[in-house]
Design a protein around this ligand. Structure first.
Ligand code: HEM
Length: 328
């Protein structure tokens, strides 16, 4: 192992690139095999509930520790937000799953890490409905992908040797009534200047609707439509500072950074105005759009092996699906 000395304690294994390349080639092969007909969805989070227009309003008078990158001054970014189910199969919303929120700030000035020119002025934040990731690092993630693609015996061996992943699979897949009423977490850490942080997005309203008695297959889209026809929705974007490198590790995305040790400080409001987002044009825009944690200012660089792997994977998979789908 070689140690990289940043303020946020990254440790990069010499095998990491090999695990990442293996994950990428397996995901690519699977996509090509599953979608030979010229329309290719995302490998993960293919089912979209809606792409909505929003405003990301950075709060006034933030403490200096938070006034970095997009949070450095009180301003409002025009933003696109895509809500999704995580499963690589498009399935009924009543099935237990992890849900996603992908937030794209536009017209962001400053030095970026972005590879894609069409996203050069974006700052993206990707969060999911569970507070820790399924796997600790990219080595385990690669083993999981191999097991899912392998024989029953390979699956059994993986689950026996990785009980914590089994536990996460059992506990983080849930049924929700409305994507606008869920709390979302980054799970993985990011830089905030020299400091490591995690993100959380929390709905301002405490209302939690009941899951419909006889739900249609896309009831999460229906719930969003109904809510945004009658009132705007607000979420608070919170930042949690790493205060202890041992109990709040960078290289293990399966460990919860406890809110009792360091709470999420509200730095911005994500405001989704009333709108009708369910149009053919908007839905196509959502399909073609690409998000990545690496569409980022250098001050918000993604940290840890899961995030480092995502740099290669998101770029290559979004290039592949856009090429196959004829998107420029
Ligand atoms: C090694 C771990 C991971 C891999 C290999 C992976 C892979 C992917 C891929 C291939 C996509 C589709 C990209 C595209 O075609 O545009 C995607 C989308 C997404 N991922 Fe991940 N992911 C990982 C971890 C995570 C984590 C830790 C989170 C958040 C906590 C996350 C949240 C999302 C979300 C929200 C989307 C949907 C983005 C959209 O709406 O377009 N992923 N992921």
């Amino acid at each position: 192992m070689s140690q990289m000395n940043t303020g946020a304690q990254e440790i990069i294994s010499k095998f990491e690139v090999a695990y990442t390349e293996d994950v990428l080639s397996r995901l690519k092969e699977q996509l090509i095999c599953d979608h030979p007909d010229g329309t290719m969805p995302r490998d993960a989070h293919p089912k979209m509930h809606g792409l909505v227009e929003a405003e990301f309003i950075v709060h006034n008078d933030l403490p200096d520790a938070y006034k970095i990158g997009v949070f450095s001054q009180a301003t409002t970014f025009k933003t696109w937000v895509r809500f999704s189910n995580a499963n690589s199969a498009v399935q009924d919303d009543i099935k237990r799953d992890i849900r996603g929120i992908a937030i794209k700030l536009t017209q962001v000035l400053g030095e970026k890490l972005n590879q894609e020119t069409d996203c050069s002025d974006n700052q993206d934040f990707l969060l999911i409905s569970t507070d820790t990731f399924l796997c600790d690092n990219i080595q385990t993630f690669d083993a999981m992908v191999k097991a899912f693609q392998g024989s029953l015996w390979q699956k059994i061996v993986f689950f026996v040797t990785n009980p914590s992943v089994v536990w996460k699979l059992l506990t983080s897949f849930k049924v929700f009534a409305n994507p606008l009423q869920i709390r979302y977490f980054s799970c993985t850490p990011y830089l905030l200047g020299q400091q490591a942080v995690k993100y959380c997005v929390t709905p301002v309203s405490q209302t939690i609707d009941a899951v419909p008695g006889s739900p249609d297959s896309n009831f999460l889209r229906t719930a969003m439509k109904q809510q945004l026809q009658t009132a705007p929705v607000e979420f608070v974007f919170g930042i949690q500072l790493q205060t202890d490198p041992k109990s709040m590790p960078i290289e293990d995305a399966s460990v919860l950074w406890k809110e009792t040790a360091s709470s999420f400080f509200p730095v911005a409001t994500l405001r989704i105005p009333m709108q009708n987002f369910d149009t053919q044009t908007r839905n196509q825009q959502g399909e073609n759009m690409r998000y990545s944690p690496w569409h980022s200012l250098a001050e918000h660089r993604p940290l840890g092996s899961i995030n480092r792997a995502r740099r290669l994977v998101y770029h290559a998979i979004s290039e592949l699906r856009r090429r196959v789908n004829g998107v420029n």
